[in-house]
Design a protein around this ligand. Structure first.
Ligand code: C5P
Length: 215
């Protein structure tokens, strides 16, 4: 049997994480949220008080990232996400994390990986590549709803600013910028429910599997 690698990329709060989890469950594949690996580096830098552009310490923190031990809760903080996009511009940090991500992808049966550069850099040979987007306004509104659902409060304008700033950093960096792979399927979820996005993605994967069977 061939292994099935599914690459899901997109900007912050596009819904790619939720989609990746559902697709992984449906096709019985492992799932790695690669954003957590950059967040883990950022979290350690913040904890130690190291400046986020201190490449030597960032590399040390990247080496210590353990895929089996990523504490989602500690890494979910907003400050960690912002710091993650700053350490993510350091090429040596990316090199170390990409190696760990590829090892995960090579595990038996295949896997779903989501991030910014999965289809372009981490798994350029993935059988299925999805690029999930939504307008910045829709993404900000979704993020606000998430925060409020967890009992928090935030200002929509600030969230929107924040999302735009992170988009700029992720799309503008020279090493592995966020962009769709040439062979990625684009999925604009601005006007789609989670369920509709899942059904669209599932249909794309089913199609690839059917073509494989016929080959
Ligand atoms: O996806 P998430 O919001 O958790 O990612 C946090 C940050 O990590 C992103 O803004 C991006 O700068 C970086 N990242 C990356 N490459 C990936 C995944 C995340 O550069 N594959």
């Amino acid at each position: 049997t061939q292994i099935l690698t599914i690459a899901i990329d997109g900007p912050a709060a596009s819904g790619k994480g939720t989609l990746a989890r559902r697709i992984a469950d449906y096709f019985h594949l492992g799932h790695l949220d690669t954003g957590l690996t950059y967040r883990a580096v950022a979290h350690r830098m913040l904890e130690k008080g190291w400046p986020l552009d201190d490449a030597a310490h960032a590399v040390e923190a990247a080496r210590q990232v353990d895929l089996g031990n990523l504490d989602k809760h500690a890494l979910s903080a907003h400050a960690v996400a912002d710091a993650a996009s700053k350490v993510a511009v350091i090429p040596d940090v990316r090199k170390i994390l990409v190696e760990k991500q590829r090892a995960f992808a090579a595990r038996d049966g295949g896997a779903v990986l989501d991030g910014r550069d999965i289809g372009t850099v981490v798994c350029p040979d993935a059988a299925v590549k999805l690029y999930v987007t939504a307008s910045a306004e829709v993404r900000a509104a979704r993020r606000l709803r998430d925060i409020e659902a967890r009992g928090g409060t935030a200002a929509l304008a600030e969230i929107l600013d924040d999302i735009r700033r992170r988009d700029e950093r992720d799309m503008g960096r020279s090493d592995s910028p966020l962009r769709p792979a040439a062979d990625a399927h684009l999925l604009d979820t601005s006007e789609m429910s989670i369920e509709a996005a899942f059904q669209a993605a599932r249909a794309i994967v089913d199609d690839v599997l059917a073509k494989r069977d016929r080959a």
